[in-house]
Unconditional design. Structure first.
Length: 513
C-alpha cells in the first residue's frame, strides 16, 4: 500500500472511476472530523445523516474488496484538523501519496490545496458528479456579474440534450412556470401522499456526539428518517416518480399547515442524497424523464420540466456562481444589513404563524421546502435587514442539505440580495399578501394579514414598505420595481408615515414578534 485516497462526507459517489478496480496499493480513508462538526452549529439530524451515510459507504466499498479505513470521532479526536490526521496516517502506514477529489466547498478546497506534508505527494481529482465540468465554470460565469439562470439553463438543456427535440425545447417552450405556481385548495389537501420516511438507527452516532460535546441544534431522533445509502436513495427517487412528480410543478410554490405532509408536500426531499453524491444529478434527471415517458397520459411535461429545471438549471447554476465569486462572495453585504437574527429562529417561538411553522419544522426535520426558505424565513430576514452572515450561518447549520456552495448563493444571493444582484435581478421582497395567496398560515395567525399599522397588523406588511422605502436609492430605477415604487408614491404622506413608524416600532423590538 502506498496511496491514501481521501473521501469527504459529501463525496459518496459509488460510480466514481476510483472504484472501478480494486487496487491493493490504495487505502480509502473516510473520517468523522471535529473540524467538520464545528465550522458551523449543525442540525443534529444533519450530522447523523452524514456520519451514517459515510459509514454505509465505507461498508459498501469494503464489501467490494477495497481497503477502507473508517475513523470515528473517537479515533480522530487527538488530531486538530484534517491535515494533521492525514500526516499521521501516512507516517503510520508508510504512504507516500494522497489523492483527493475536488471539494465543493471553498474552505476544504483551500485546506487541501495547501496541503504540504514532507515526502508526500498530493493530487486532486474530479469528483465526477456535476454535469457541468469544473473547468467550464469560468466559461459560463464571470466574477461579480449577473448571469441569467434561464439562459444558462437553456444552454445546459442543449448541451446535454435534455427534453429537446432536435434543437428545440420539447413542447415548444423552455419554461412552464406560468402554469405552475398554484395554491392548494381544500379539496387538494387530502390527496397529498404521506412522505416516505426511513428509520435508520443512529443512536450510536448521537452518543458519540454527546461524548465529544458536539454542539448541535434541532430535535435528535434515534431513528433517522433521511436516506443514507444507495438503496434508500433510489427508493426515495422511485417514490417521487410514482407519487409526487404528477403535481410537483403545479404545487411547487404552495404552502399549508393542514396536511399530514405539510412539511414537504410534493417536493422530492432528494437534496441530501444528491448533495452527498449518493445519487448523481444525471441519474435523477434520467430516471424522472424515463418515468414520465412511460406515463405521459398521466403526467404532464410541465411537471417534469419544472423538476428538471431545479437540478439541471438552479443546482448547477448556484455552483457556478459560488466558485466564480469565492472567496469574496462570503463577505458581500450590498444592502448593509446589520441586525442580529431574532432568537425565535432557534426556538420557533413567534406569534407569526408562517414563521413559526417554517422554523418549527426545520428544527423537527432539518427541512423546509423551497418556498418556505425563500418567501418565509428568507423574505422576513430581507425585510428586517438581518446581517447576511447570521442568515447564512442559520441556513448552513439547520438544513439536511446545507453545504456552503449551494446554501450561500441561495441565501446571501437569492434571498438577501447581499451580492448586489449577481443572482437575482430584483429582491425577493413580499408583503403578507403573497403568503396569504400561496398558503393558509394567515387564517390561524395572531396577526391580521389585511392590516398594516394596527397593533395586530401583519409584520410583513409595514416591514415590506419600510424595505422598499429605505432602499429607494438601490431599487428606485430598477425597471422590475417601477410598479412597486409607483404604488408607494400613490399613498398619501400620512399613510406612508404611519407605515414607516409602525415598521420602526417592530424593528426596535424584532425579538418579540
Ligand atoms: P425539490 O423541490 O424536490 O427540488 C428537487 C431538487 O432540485 C433539490 O433536491 C435540489 O437538488 C434542486 N434544487 C431545487 N432548488 C434549488 C436551488 N434553488 N438551488 C440549488 N438546487 C436546487 N438547497 C440545497 O441543496 N442546500 C442548501 O443549503 C440550500 N439552501 C437554500 C437556502 C435558501 C434561502 C433557499 C431559498 C433555497 C435553498 N436551497 C438549498 C434550495 C432548495 O430550497 C432545496 O434544494 C430544496 O428545498 C431541497 O428540497 P427537495 O429535495 O425536496 O427539493
Ligand atoms: Fe405570516 Fe402575516 Fe400571515 Fe401571520 S398574517 S401568517 S405573520 S403573513
Amino acid at each position: 500500500t502506498h496511496t491514501l485516497r481521501l473521501i469527504l462526507g459529501d463525496q459518496l459517489n459509488a460510480s466514481h472511476s476510483w472504484f472501478k478496480h480494486v487496487d491493493p496499493t490504495v487505502v480509502y480513508v473516510i473520517a468523522e472530523l471535529k473540524q467538520e462538526t464545528a465550522y458551523v452549529k449543525h442540525h443534529v439530524q444533519k450530522v447523523c445523516a452524514f456520519f451514517a451515510a459515510m459509514a454505509q459507504f465505507a461498508d459498501a466499498l469494503a464489501h467490494c474488496g477495497h481497503q477502507v479505513m473508517y475513523l470515528t470521532l473517537d479515533e480522530t479526536q487527538p488530531f486538530s484538523d484534517l491535515p494533521t490526521l492525514l500526516e499521521h496516517i501516512c507516517t503510520q502506514h508508510q504512504l507516500n501519496t494522497i489523492e483527493y477529489q475536488q471539494p465543493d466547498e471553498y474552505r476544504l478546497a483551500k485546506q487541501l490545496s495547501e496541503l504540504s506534508l514532507p515526502g508526500i505527494k498530493s493530487t486532486c481529482h474530479d469528483s465526477e458528479h456535476f454535469l457541468l465540468p469544473f473547468d467550464d465554470i469560468k466559461r459560463e460565469f464571470t466574477a461579480n456579474k449577473h448571469v441569467k439562470m434561464e439562459f444558462f439553463y437553456r444552454r445546459m438543456r442543449k448541451r446535454f440534450n435534455v427534453l429537446m427535440q432536435d434543437d428545440e425545447p420539447l413542447g415548444g417552450q423552455w419554461n412552464f412556470d406560468q402554469q405552475n405556481r398554484e395554491n392548494l385548495k381544500k379539496a387538494d389537501l387530502n390527496d397529498i401522499p404521506s412522505p416516505l420516511l426511513f428509520a435508520n438507527d443512529v443512536s450510536n452516532i448521537i452518543s458519540r456526539l454527546e461524548r465529544h460535546h458536539v454542539a448541535t441544534i434541532g430535535k435528535a431522533e434515534n431513528q433517522l428518517l433521511w436516506p443514507v445509502n444507495r438503496r434508500q436513495s433510489r427508493q426515495l427517487l422511485d417514490f417521487f416518480c410514482h407519487h409526487l412528480l404528477i403535481r410537483f410543478g403545479r404545487f411547487q410554490d404552495a404552502m399549508t399547515e393542514n396536511s399530514q405532509a405539510d412539511w414537504s408536500l410534493y417536493h422530492s426531499r432528494l437534496s441530501f442524497a444528491i448533495n452527498a453524491k449518493i445519487l448523481s444529478p444525471g441519474e435523477v434527471i434520467n430516471k424522472v424523464i424515463s418515468h414520465w415517458q412511460a406515463n405521459q397520459t398521466e403526467i404532464s411535461l410541465t411537471q417534469v420540466e419544472g423538476f428538471v429545471r431545479q437540478i439541471l438549471g438552479w443546482r448547477e447554476y448556484v455552483r457556478g456562481i459560488y466558485w466564480i465569486n469565492m472567496p469574496g462572495y462570503a463577505t458581500q453585504n450590498a444592502l448593509q444589513a446589520q441586525r442580529p437574527l431574532p432568537g425565535y429562529f432557534w426556538t420557533a417561538n413567534t406569534k407569526m404563524n408562517c414563521m413559526h411553522h417554517a422554523i418549527k419544522q426545520s428544527l423537527d426535520f432539518a427541512y423546509a421546502h423551497h418556498i418556505q426558505r425563500l418567501m418565509v424565513t428568507g423574505c422576513f430576514s430581507l425585510l428586517a435587514g438581518i446581517n447576511p452572515d447570521e442568515v447564512d450561518q442559520w441556513y448552513l447549520g439547520i438544513y439536511i442539505d446545507a453545504i456552503e456552495w449551494v446554501e450561500m448563493p441561495n441565501t446571501r444571493g437569492m434571498t438577501q440580495f447581499a451580492d448586489g444582484g449577481i443572482v437575482a435581478t430584483k429582491p425577493y421582497a413580499a408583503s403578507g399578501n403573497y403568503l396569504n395567496k400561496m398558503g393558509d398560515y394567515c387564517k390561524s395567525c395572531h396577526y391580521n394579514v389585511k392590516l398594516k399599522t394596527e397593533a395586530n397588523a401583519c409584520p410583513f406588511n409595514s416591514l415590506y414598505w419600510h424595505f422598499i422605502q429605505r432602499h429607494q436609492q438601490h431599487f428606485g430605477r430598477n425597471p422590475r420595481m417601477t410598479m412597486v415604487y409607483k404604488n408607494w408614491q400613490k399613498m398619501n404622506a400620512d399613510t406612508q408615515q404611519a407605515i414607516i413608524h409602525k415598521a420602526e416600532v417592530l424593528l426596535a423590538d424584532l425579538d418579540n414578534l
